[in-house]
Each structure stands twice: as C-alpha cells, then as structure tokens.
Design a protein around this ligand. Structure first.
Ligand code: 1CP
Length: 355
C-alpha cells in the first residue's frame, strides 16, 4: 500500500506533521495561505458559473479546488477550500460572499436581540464539508501532503458579524467589546460553540491539522486581546484537544500578541512578515513550531529577490529552531495575493524543498 509510507507511524511522517511535532521532516514543509482559488486559472474556470458559497457546500468541488494547488506546486499542506463564514451560514445567519468584497452579513449583529438570535451549528448542516474532507483524505493519503482544516477565530468572526463585512477600523466591534462586555462575551461564547462544532466535523472526517485564523486580532492591544479574546480562543483549542493533531494559530499584525496567541494552546504559531522568525521565537519562548513568513508582495519582485528572501526566512527559522522552536513550516506572512503568478509559487516550493 503506497499510503503506508506517509502514515504518522514509524516509517515516514508527512513533512508538515513531522515539523509540527518536533521531528525531523524528510523535506522542509511549505504551503501557502489562500493557495486554493485566487491566482489559479483552473480555479477561475471551475468557478465561472458557480457561486462561492454554493461551491463550498459541494464536496466534489471542494475536493477538486483543494487539490488544484497541491498538484500544481507539490505543497506539503492542502488547505481545505472553504471560508470562515461557512459555519455561520450553516448556523442560519443570512450572509453572502460577494466577489471583489468578501463576506457581507445581511443584518449586522449590534444589539442584545441580535446576539440572542445567533444560534447553534448542528454538525449535519456542515455534513458536506465532512464529506469533502473524506474525499480529500482518500486522494492525499498516498502523497506527502497533509490535509489542513480551518476555522475563523471567534474575534475575527465577531468582527464580520458586527461590522456587516470587511472593515478598516473595527469601530462597531470595539464599541461592543468596550461598551458592553457581558454582551461581547455572550456573542464570543456562541461563536466558540459554532467554531468547535465546525472544527470537530472536519477532524472527525480526517483533517490532519487545523488552523485557527484570527486574521484581524492584530487590531487589538495585548491587554484587550488577553481580556476579551484569549479566553474564548483557549476554549476552541481546549475543546478539540482530544484529537491528536497540530493546532496552528495565525493572525496578521500580531507581533505584540505572539506570546498570548501561543499560550491559548497552539502547537504552531503563524507569524506575518513584520517580525523575523528568530525574533518571534524569542517573544514566544520555547515550545511551539513556527509557520511563515515571506512577505506576499516579494513574489512580485523577480526571481533573484525572491531567492534571497526565501533564504533569509529559512535562515531565521533555523536560528529559531536552534533556540527552542519545535520546527518550521514555510508559508507566506499572509495569503497569496490574487495577481500572483502561479509559476512563482511553484518556484518558491522548489526553493524551500531544496533549502
Ligand atoms: O487556499 C485557501 O486558503 C482557500 C480557502 C479559504 C480560506 C482559508 C478561503 C476562500 N477563505 C479562507 C479564509 C478567510 N476568509 C479568512 C482568513 C484568512 C485570511 O486572513 O486571509 C478571511 C479573513 C476570510 C474572509 C474573506 N472571504 C475575505 C476577506 C475580506 C476582508 O475582510 O478583507 C474574502 C475576499 C473572502 C472570499 C473568499 N474566500 C475564499 C475565496 C476563494 C474567496 C473569494 C471569493 C470568490 O472567488 O468569489
């Protein structure tokens, strides 16, 4: 059975799982946030006449779109094609994902009545996502690539629900957080429940790692993060800890939050491009593996510059590992920008694998 080589037993662990567990990977693992969709012509062709949310609830589509970047670039991680608002939709919240904008919530959550209306997620409502995970495991088991499930963290989900869509200042979100802490914690508790259910469906179906995206947590001071967010993200990680899979925690602009984001229970901390990985390790202390952190805009600067920056990230990561990080998973500091040339991503994978 060809798959046996890549099971997490004695023989050879998938490189991403080995790096997360502090073992020596057979090659340095690399994947890219937002590698599925976005820059790939084969994705645009598949999605030409299908809505984003409709696609997310179609297991065969999810499987195919998830596999596209893996086939093209030979990445060590396959990030499940979905979106952070999928579990909110499945929990009955009226929303859409609008091309060129992102998630749009029909009735933004602002009052106690609005919060009380945020219901629970029943696992059956995301059964299609579980079925997609099973299909993907069957495709990926014979390969070195690990399947990564994900969810939005409660703070980032709350920011979309309260603002009604993408935001620059998060003024309404922070107004609820500072102005009515009991209401804030009520909403966050409900979002934890939804997130845990969504992640457990993916884990039950075979997700081999999970990433919690707290993309916008970097808008908060460390004190506010610890008071208003960390207890809830801790509960997410605690309530999936019975699964023996690496838990990755990522945010943008979170240089000041790296230690508390590690402390909520992360096995791997995702770092954006602002803090070099050896410095990130000093801020976090010994323990978690690190993921990151090439600036996504470097991919537009030409081959020589890209090679130089990849080598620098690798050197920073190696120093971090010597100083106590469990391992390194190469990634960008945030998602692939939509205009990125896919061939550039393939070259980065080759560079990382040969570094
Ligand atoms: O490869 C992959 O990662 C694809 C799967 C994926 C993931 C992990 C998608 C598909 N979305 C996400 C997560 C996601 N969605 C995050 C966390 C990651 C990050 O920080 O980038 C966030 C914040 C969202 C919200 C969202 N959904 C946005 C950002 C809007 C904003 O506030 O700036 C957007 C544009 C979307 C829509 C979306 N999600 C995914 C795709 C392919 C798209 C484009 C929709 C389309 O093609 O119509």
């Amino acid at each position: 059975m060809p798959g046996a080589l890549w099971h997490s037993g004695r023989v050879s662990m998938k490189p991403l799982l080995a790096a997360a567990a502090g073992q020596t990977p057979t090659r340095r693992p690399v994947w890219f946030m937002r590698q599925a969709g976005r820059s790939l012509p084969e994705y645009r062709a598949l999605r030409a006449d299908r809505g984003m949310l409709e696609s997310c609830f179609d297991p065969a589509m999810v499987c195919e779109i998830t596999m596209q970047p893996v086939r093209r670039h030979d990445t060590d991680g396959a990030i499940l094609f979905s979106d952070i608002v999928v579990p909110l939709k499945a929990a009955g919240i009226d929303l859409d994902i609008v091309a060129g904008t992102g998630p749009v919530i029909v009735n933004p959550v602002r009052s106690a009545t609005d919060v009380a209306a945020v219901g629970r997620l029943v696992p059956e409502a995301v059964g299609a996502i579980g079925r997609a995970v099973s299909l993907l495991r069957a495709e990926l088991d014979p390969t070195p690539t690990a399947l990564i499930g994900f969810a939005g963290a409660p703070f980032t989900l709350a920011s979309y629900l309260i603002e009604g869509g993408p935001s620059r200042h998060y003024a309404n979100t922070k107004a609820m957080m500072y102005g009515d802490p009991p209401l804030w914690h009520d909403l966050m508790g409900r979002l934890v429940d939804i997130t845990v259910t969504f992640l457990r469906v993916q884990l039950d179906a075979g997700a081999q790692a999970v990433q919690l995206f707290d993309s916008w947590a970097g808008m908060l001071s460390r004190r506010d993060y610890e008071t208003f967010v960390a207890p809830h993200s801790s509960r997410v990680f605690a309530e999936i800890s019975d699964f023996d899979v690496p838990r990755i925690h990522f945010g943008v602009g979170t240089g000041e939050l790296l230690a508390p984001m590690a402390r909520v229970g992360a096995d791997v901390v995702g770092v954006d491009w602002r803090v070099p990985l050896d410095e990130a390790q000093r801020r976090i202390g010994p323990g978690p593996a690190l993921q990151g952190n090439l600036d996504p805009t470097v991919l537009f600067a030409g081959d020589a510059v890209i090679a130089e920056h990849v080598a620098r990230v690798v050197a920073d990561a190696d120093r971090a590992v010597v100083a106590g990080a469990r391992g390194h998973i190469f990634n960008l500091g945030h998602g692939v920008l939509p205009d990125t040339n896919p061939d550039t991503l393939t070259r980065v994978v080759d560079l990382v694998h040969s570094a």
